[in-house]
Design a protein around this ligand. Structure first.
Ligand SMILES: [Zn+2]
Ligand SMILES: [Zn+2]
Length: 271
């Protein structure tokens, strides 16, 4: 019997990736499909430059996590490249434009064809690498939250290290030796994002991850409906809101819920 041999040395007939390696690849693509939306959430932790104007840029570097965007782009490029390769080999119309998670699912559905590509092993290896990297970043939350750039004065100038604070700890220590007060960092980040615009999903995640506040997307839509928050344009069809408006509306809603409960309690006590 003749046929190809997979890089793992199992036979794979006329394909270039054996059944076991294809199963592994299927799993890695499933991981990507599940975690890429979470990576989008990690992106919203980049509460600086990407979110429009308004922060006090001159005073301190903006809170901006430079590690997430390249990973997101590299993963999407990887998926788009291989979807294109499969489409080309099959004489299919190239699908797209993609949302990264959907691209992972599309590729998953085409693995029977993808394993016939002579360099299918590279697809498997690269996908595994991307899945590991995305998992690593997503796993950072919620135990850790992004606390901005250190910016301490050091012998070599201002420290550019990105800080990740552990949930529950009152200080965050940088590799340069500087120690920062967590509450002060939170206040600074909260101030820095006030004027930034985001979708309901982005702001909801931002509130949860960065400020430990639960503001659901339906709550945000509720604020809009009641005129507490207004729409500031849109991005890819999704309405954009000002972060500060949403935080303020959420705060007011919490206060009035507390008041309502207190009034009810007082009412009961009076009876
Ligand atoms: Zn194999
Ligand atoms: Zn530092």
């Amino acid at each position: 019997m003749t046929g190809n041999v997979c890089a793992c040395s199992r036979p794979c007939a006329d394909a270039y990736l054996c059944r076991d390696c294809t199963t592994q690849l299927h799993g890695d693509l499933g991981t990507l499909a599940a975690l890429l939306p979470e990576l989008d959430a990690a992106l919203t932790r980049q509460v600086g430059r990407g979110w429009g104007a308004g922060a006090r840029s001159a005073e301190r570097p903006l809170p901006y996590d430079t590690r997430v965007t390249p990973v997101h782009h590299a993963t999407l490029n990887h998926l788009a490249y291989w979807l294109g390769r499969v489409a080309e080999a099959q004489g299919m119309v190239q699908p797209g434009p993609w949302n990264a998670a959907q691209a992972a699912l599309d590729l998953q559905g085409l693995l029977g064809k993808a394993r016939l590509l002579p360099d299918a092993q590279r697809l498997a290896d690269d996908t595994h690498r991307h899945a590991k990297e995305v998992t690593r970043i997503v796993d950072l939350a919620p135990e850790q939250w992004y606390a901005g750039v250190c910016a301490a004065d050091t012998d070599r100038g201002e420290c550019g290290e990105h800080l990740y604070a552990t949930a529950g700890s009152s200080t965050v220590k940088c590799r340069c030796g500087a120690e920062h007060d967590v509450e002060e960092r939170r206040r600074w980040l909260a101030e820095a994002v006030q004027d930034h615009l985001g979708t309901a999903v982005e702001i909801s995640r931002l509130c949860a991850v960065q400020f430990g506040e639960k503001v659901s997307t339906s709550a945000i839509r509720g604020y809009v409906h009641r005129g507490r928050v207004s729409v500031h344009g849109s991005r890819q069809g999704a309405a954009l809101y000002r972060v500060g408006d949403v935080l303020e509306a959420a705060r007011l809603a919490t206060v009035s819920a507390d008041e309502w409960r207190a009034t009810k309690r007082a009412g009961r006590a009076a009876v």
